[in-house]
Write a protein that binds this ligand. Structure first.
Ligand SMILES: Cc1cc2nc3c(=O)[nH]c(=O)nc-3n(C[C@H](O)[C@H](O)[C@H](O)COP(=O)(O)OP(=O)(O)OC[C@H]3O[C@@H](n4cnc5c(N)ncnc54)[C@H](O)[C@@H]3O)c2cc1C
Ligand code: SF4
Length: 469
């Protein structure tokens, strides 16, 4: 067992050669012994910088100390006080920019592996839930407030909506979640692939909410089937939370984007994940390709590239216009993508997509870039190197350069104000300018992270409770 104090206990993982061709989970989780060993690396800092670095303020040293003592259920209860989806967060949070980024253990070595410990504790709880069933149900019942007769509609079943729904049902509200897709979960269900976040985890969380009394209405596009005003005035809801995300794909507007073989990462991932295109017994069509270029450097781009490999591509490129220093994806995803053989074309930008006489992609022309002065985001601006154009031989292109907010709710809700990013405008308590209407997550901030969306769902639930009390 490795516990050299300076480095994290490594995570058991599937072999890169093997996993690059299957959809099973890559990281396999700590054993109890590994978790205890890792937890013992914690210095129990009095100032708790790690907790300060967590957007929902999980009491990290406290739960880590319980892991070190082998008290895993107690550790879970500490996490569960603030985090609604710890099995999800332990797998997908960008810990290196949050809790682990400020961990004191990281000053002279690697930080405590807080994310892996969170995952271990939450998985341990889920595995033992069955045997502790009666006790947990009893504790839940003690915690749950009696029904208060007030009704809240939640629009969108992503992490923001699910968290808000969970907090409100526990406070005694009657909660109905409207989801436009046929399954709840938001990006957790349709975007993040099975090999990073098994879908059984997402459905277990949804099932738990349903068991507690949350009603889910799928295939309901609010703004089309009914408006927010109708939910309030005709359906009789006392308040509405909007957590509709930011799932509208962006394109580059370069020549060739309308060729056959070009698609958005969102469409590609939805077909593979939500519509199970990776399973042989589903006939969901997935855009084919043997040599695939994925444009972008975020988590979405990594997911699309790694899915493309697993769907049988021979060569997959990530084309990103800045360098590895600026690349926004989680460090672990980049590391895994490289191990799986994805070819990173850094400081490169596509200028046009090339097609054959039948209108199918047969290449992509790129130009090399260098980094100039910092732009408004503080990151160095990529500048084209004139005359450095070159062509990559590809037969499919997946665009993953970000997503925009869908304006349906803003367009169909009377006098609902937008913020300066084009999202739904809110104050710090997630209240919009319309009394009784609250919003949070990507629908307000633009594409962000799971934990921030969950944090917004929590804030909104507390504000709705104050408003309706
Ligand atoms: C492929 C991918 C990978 C990602 N990887 C990570 C990661 O590793 N770590 C991380 O922290 N973040 C990651 N993110 C970002 C993260 O998933 C989002 O920030 C987060 O899901 C936002 O949560 P949300 O609840 O605001 O919105 P969403 O998760 O987008 O959920 C919104 C829900 O609302 C529904 N909806 C939309 N409009 C309507 C309507 N009019 N009526 C009813 N329902 C509606 C949508 O169908 C969707 O289910 C990733 C995103 C993508 C796309
Ligand atoms: S900062 Fe790191 S070492 Fe200090 S208490 Fe938090 S997890 Fe432990």
């Amino acid at each position: 067992m490795i516990n050299l104090k300076k480095i994290k206990n490594p995570m058991p993982e599937q072999d890169p050669q093997v996993r690059a061709r299957n959809f099973e989970e890559v990281a396999q989780g700590y054993t109890a012994e590994m978790a205890i060993n890792e937890a013992m690396r914690c210095l129990k800092c009095r100032t708790k910088p790690c907790t300060g670095g967590c957007p929902v303020m999980v009491q990290i040293p406290e739960f880590v100390a319980k892991v070190a003592e082998g008290e895993f259920e107690e550790a879970f209860q500490i996490i569960a006080e603030t985090s609604a989806l710890p099995r999800v967060c332990g797998r997908v949070c960008p810990q290196e920019n949050q809790c682990e980024g400020v961990c004191v253990r990281g000053v002279k070595g690697e930080p405590v592996s807080i994310g892996r410990l969170e995952r271990f504790v939450a998985d341990w709880h889920a595995e033992h839930e069955e045997e502790m069933g009666e006790l947990l149900r009893y504790e839940d019942a003690l915690r749950a407030a009696p029904a208060n007769g007030k009704r809240v509609a939640v629009v969108g079943a992503g992490p923001a909506g699910l968290t808000c729904a969970g907090d409100l049902i526990a406070k005694g509200y009657e909660v109905t979640v409207y989801e436009s897709l046929h399954k709840p979960g938001g990006v957790l269900a349709y975007g993040i692939p099975e090999f990073r976040l098994p879908k059984s985890i997402v459905s277990a969380e949804v099932d738990k909410l349903a068991e507690k009394g949350v009603t889910f209405i799928n295939n309901a596009i609010i703004g089309r089937s009914e408006t927010i005003d109708e939910l309030l005035d005709e359906e009789g809801f006392d308040a509405v939370f909007v957590g509709t995300g930011a799932g509208l794909p962006s394109f580059m507007n370069i020549p060739g984007e309308n060729l056959l073989g070009v698609c958005s990462a969102n469409e590609y991932l939805t077909r593979i994940n939500l519509m199970k295109g990776y399973l042989d017994d589903y006939d969901t069509p997935v855009p084919p390709g043997k040599r695939i270029a994925v444009i972008g450097g975020g988590n979405v781009a990594m997911d699309a590239a790694r899915c493309a490999m697993r769907m049988g591509a021979e060569k997959v490129y990530i084309i990103y216009r800045r360098s590895m220093e600026e690349i926004p994806a989680r460090a672990e995803e980049i590391h895994h993508a490289i191990e799986e053989g994805i070819d990173f074309q850094l400081l490169r930008n596509p200028v046009q997509i090339l097609g054959d006489k039948d209108g199918r992609v047969n290449g992509i022309e790129c130009v090399k870039m260098e980094l100039g002065e910092p732009d408004a985001s503080g990151r160095r601006r990529p500048v084209e190197i004139e005359g450095s154009n070159y062509i990559l031989d590809v037969d499919a292109v997946i665009m993953s350069i970000g997503t925009k907010l869908n304006t349906l709710i803003l367009d169909t809700t009377e006098n609902l104000a937008a913020n300066d990013r084009g999202g739904i405008g809110t104050d710090d308590g997630a209240a919009t300018n319309r009394p009784g209407v609250y919003a949070g997550g990507d629908a307000v901030t633009g594409a962000a992270t799971v934990i921030l969306a969950m944090g917004a769902g929590k804030t909104a639930a507390a504000s709705i409770d104050d408003y309706l009390k």
